[in-house]
Design a protein around this ligand. Structure first.
Ligand code: PEP
Ligand code: MN
Length: 363
């Protein structure tokens, strides 16, 4: 591997920045120059093949953009990296002399894609980053690592970019910290980089998420930056200018790994992360439950039924006890919990049934 890359690879924290997508030569170059001025960027990222959810969205500039990146490296000295999703991408990236590649979340999810990339990378001596799969499936992430390892790649990094979640969270992709922490445990020698941009999906939460990753002893950050974020052709809401990016780095508290972050603390954070995530999901589910109660309230109103139907209520309680007792919940807790939920539900139905009804004058 090239000597300058070896040097960059061992840096901690490893800082990656650059636009979500390469759009024009000027945009790539200006972003690189302004990032260089921050003196904090180790690797320049830019997507040129963009996996988009829907057809018709901007899908990247493709091969045409590769010389722009090479020029940006020439002007700034910062090694460059692109996302690869197919074997042709790997071949082209290597032909133009790109320094590193990363496998995106929508590829990690598909073992066929990962194997195709691993085959294309056989015998190639460049570092490869593997983003987590879009869904919270740790085994898929591990499988991707194993496939790339089996291809003989020795420099592998992991990128945590959050996971699609059923619950409504403030994030674009829920961080579910317990998953990258478990990956760190299973692959202690691989770098773990946090990508707060794709976790947050907005600029406001970037510092908070980046700080959390530092506190969890991550090895670096990947943050998207753009010379004109509001007009970026992809992921405009989460990108920041190179100067704002520098501000983010300055706002972070860089704690040193070993003594301030003992294993036990990491384990505690992991457990708390899981609890926070489950609490978010429970809140979301309760809110959905109450919306259903509103609909039932309307139905009962239309059909002139009472809110409380004793038999139904008894059935709900019996079902909950039958389900909850064998899985470790106490009878007392199940009853107290369901009582609270039921009361809230009755209040919702009561509101729907009575509040919108104009009071009839007494005859
Ligand atoms: C990206 O890095 O721009 C990207 C597409 O990310 P992800 O694969 O995490 O969605
Ligand atoms: Mn992006």
């Amino acid at each position: 591997m090239k000597e300058y890359l070896e040097k960059v690879w061992t840096k901690r924290p490893l800082i990656i920045s650059g636009p979500c997508s390469a759009e024009t030569e000027e945009q790539v170059l200006q972003t690189a120059i302004r990032l260089k001025a921050t003196q904090h960027v180790d690797l320049l990222r830019a997507g040129i093949w963009k996996p988009r959810t829907k057809p018709g969205m901007f899908e990247g500039m493709g091969e045409k953009a590769l010389p722009w990146l090479i020029r940006a490296r020439k002007e700034t000295g910062i090694p460059v990296m692109v996302e690869v999703a197919r074997s042709e991408h790997v071949e082209l990236a290597l032909r133009y002399g790109v320094d590193l590649v990363w496998i995106g979340a929508r590829s990690t999810v598909n073992p066929f894609s990962v194997q195709e990339l691993a085959d294309a990378l056989k015998g190639v001596n460049i570092p490869v980053f593997i983003k987590n799969p879009v869904n919270p499936d740790l085994e898929l992430w591990c499988g991707a690592v194993e496939r790339v390892q089996q291809a003989g790649i020795t420099h592998i990094g992991l990128i945590h970019r959050g996971f699609t979640s059923y619950a409504q969270t403030p994030y674009r992709n829920a961080p579910m910290w317990q998953l990258p922490i478990e990956m760190k445990r299973r692959f202690p020698h691989l770098k773990m980089i946090c990508d707060p941009s794709h976790i947050c999906g907005n600029r406001e939460l970037l510092v908070q998420v980046a700080q959390k990753s530092i506190d969890l002893d991550f090895d670096g950050l990947m943050i998207e930056s753009h010379i004109d974020p509001d007009h970026a052709w992809s992921d405009s809401r989460q990108q920041v200018t190179p100067e704002t990016f520098l501000g983010i780095l300055h706002a972070l508290v860089w704690r040193s790994g070993e003594e301030s972050q003992p294993e036990t603390h990491n384990a505690l954070m992991a457990l708390r992360g899981q609890i926070d995530h489950l609490d978010d999901e429970i809140m979301d589910l309760l809110s959905r439950r109450m919306k259903l109660a509103d609909q039932i309230g309307l139905y009962k109103k239309e059909h002139n039924m009472t809110i409380l139907q004793a038999k139904r209520w008894n059935d709900i309680m019996q079902r909950a006890l039958a389900q909850g007792l064998p899985i470790g919940l106490s009878r007392e807790f199940i009853i107290r919990y369901l009582d609270a939920v039921h009361l809230e539900s009755i209040q919702h139905q009561n509101r729907v049934m009575n509040e919108e009804t104009p009071t009839k004058p007494i005859a």
